[in-house]
Design a protein around this ligand. Sequence first.
Ligand code: OXD
Ligand code: MN
Length: 591
Amino acid sequence: MATAPQHVTLASLNLQVSQWVDEVARLTQPDQIFWCDGSEAEFSMLERELVAEKELLPLNQASYPGCYLYRSHPSDVARVEHLTFVCTREKDDAGPNNHWMAPAEAHRKMDALFDGCMKGRTLYVVPYCMGPLDSPFSRCGVEITDSAYVVLNMKLMTRMGQAALERITRDGTFVKGLHSVGDLNPERRFIMHFPEELSIKSFGSGYGGNALLGKKCHALRIASWQARTEGWLAEHMLIVGIENPQGEIHYLACAFPSACGKTNLAMLIPPAQYKGWKVWTLGDDIAWLHAGKDGRLYAINPESGYFGVVPGTNAKTNKNAYDTIRTDTIFTNVALTADNLPWWEGLPDGTPVTDWQGRPYDPANGPAAQPNSRFTVAAKQNPAYSKLAEAPGGVPLSAIVFGGRRRTLAPLVYQARSWVHGVLLGAGVASETTAAATSAVGVLRRDPMAMKPFAGYNFADYWSHWINVGAKLKSPPQIFHVNWFRQDDSGKFLWPGFGDNLRVLRWIIDRCKGTAAARETAIGQLPNAKDLDVNGLEMAPGALDELLAVSPELWQAEFEGIAEYFAGFGERMPAALQAELTAALARVEAN
Ligand code: OXD
Ligand code: MN
């Protein structure tokens, strides 16, 4: 593997990095060390090598030029929350929301696994920058990995290579991420975070969220910790710009749990009736938020690519994504047609002949494409890529939107009465689990701010931090909660979703501008049916009323459930959030 000459000049650029690489090489004993410069030539060379080794399979190059299929180990297809740890000196700093291990014990355990694990393999050094290279908000890291597939993905997902190493040299600091696929044995798989040391150790998985350390491990778990110490927020949010026919653009950051439609919302195509409206994508998964000098909250996307869920993507649900992934894309765990085209559930055409494991397709074995199969692609390929996606200072937010996947209870949309009430809306998010993590699917669980799997510290401290950040903003974004996933008794979705979600975003923006009406309810402000534009929508009779109904009895039970959840955080809970919950409970009881 990696027969190209060593990049000696790159290694010598930064002593701090090269000393750490030497230390890791002594432990892991690779056959060779390869410093990634991030060039196109390097990318093509690694691609060619992986093809030669049959790890990457070229797809039909006439229809999908530059596209490849990668099949991960069948036991390694999703994030492993039960094997993911936050290793702080004090257990309480990790909080009840994280699995915890003492740092010394975690290092011992991981170093034993890493001992000699790269014998016969190449150690790749991947310097990367999360965020635009010239942004003061960006943060860098170096991932050491023995997987060339990881290197290719990191090239698509981050600003990777020489320019990042130069920035690390200027910054004088970086997050250390050590990764090995090991023997892919799930018994020897751990993802450990050491926020106090700004380091990560991941062993035994080649899957995206566990192995592309710039993404969840750095840009959320480590960054959320760093953000608290530095006064900003690292969030599991898409960033989108909505332009009206007058050319006015409002930016929104929206937090939804994994596989709940963040990529679709970030790339939304306006419905036919919305002539002159445009939607611009800035990010589809992660947002770093900073207070601006003008008292507004600004967002940057630390990533430069998309690692999106494939099943369900088609020209109707997400035409931008569908077009984006027609060239230069790595598909992981999709099925194949007889013509060597990628295939997944939700595509209207084509017939799978080979399933995601490379077996002849047989419906008795389950779906043809793995339900968490993914595409990795550079963000610049998106036809709706915003001109401001790489603005070093980010974009000012008009609104923050929280949401979950809930078939009952949560209305289509409602607005918080204040910032702290908005923090309660976020902290109260609950959602049905999806295939993005290895656990039962469809189980309702608390997922505050969609950060349950990603907050690198105690949620109670995190909510206090949210309250503090808001207190410093002169013009904070308005906060909303949405639910695209309400169902009727027969399990049919009440709201059409996808492009029509723009109708809800329009109300949200008009509320921010002060031009839309709302009714006051015990849970916040909701549109009256006439305040939402449903022109041209075919909805079942009564569906809109149901989507906008608030049942005091059900909400009382919900708030009691949230109170019980908060109780698990003990005395660290912020008093202001407790008071907001007590007031909300009193309001539903009074109704
Ligand atoms: C993701 C996830 O991959 O949230 O973005 O699981
Ligand atoms: Mn995500």
